[in-house]
Design a protein around this ligand. Structure first.
Ligand SMILES: [Zn+2]
Ligand SMILES: [Zn+2]
Length: 134
């Protein structure tokens, strides 16, 4: 079962993007269709769309943005909360984060960000689709 449709259903641009880098609270996007999305930095780090992270997620069937599971009985390793050191815009279509764990391979396109929007409305939609596929 593919976890994520590779062709985005909603090719939509943001009307405004706010990155709260100093406050560390994440990013807010208001889309041209009026929808608003809020992403925490931890969510975005766990949703990194690069081939490396995507591969790791696929292996354990983790959804983008879902935190990695700690194996039963294993001690959780201490990890500093994910925070970008810097954020740059890539052309007109994406954001690129340079994370505090030195990872910067993920290009977060608007289409991808909209696809993984964690709000109740959107994630509810994704879940009902998963149910339908079963
Ligand atoms: Zn990555
Ligand atoms: Zn949403």
């Amino acid at each position: 079962m593919p976890l994520l449709d590779p062709t985005p259903r909603l090719a939509i641009d943001p009307k405004s993007v706010q990155v709260h880098l100093t406050a560390g609270t994440g990013i807010d996007i208001e889309w041209k269709d009026g929808h608003r999305s809020h992403y925490t930095f931890q969510f975005l780090r766990d949703a990194c769309p690069c081939a490396l992270c995507d591969d790791e997620r696929t292996k354990v069937r983790r959804m983008p943005g879902e935190p990695p599971q700690v194996a039963p009985g294993a001690l959780p390793m201490f990890k500093a909360a994910a925070k970008p050191v810097s954020v740059e815009q890539v052309g007109k279509y994406a954001l690129r984060f340079h994370w505090n764990d030195n990872h910067d391979l993920g290009i977060y396109s608007w289409a991808y960000l909209r696809e993984v929007c964690p709000c109740g409305e959107c994630s509810g939609m994704q879940k009902s689709e998963v149910r339908r596929q079963k």
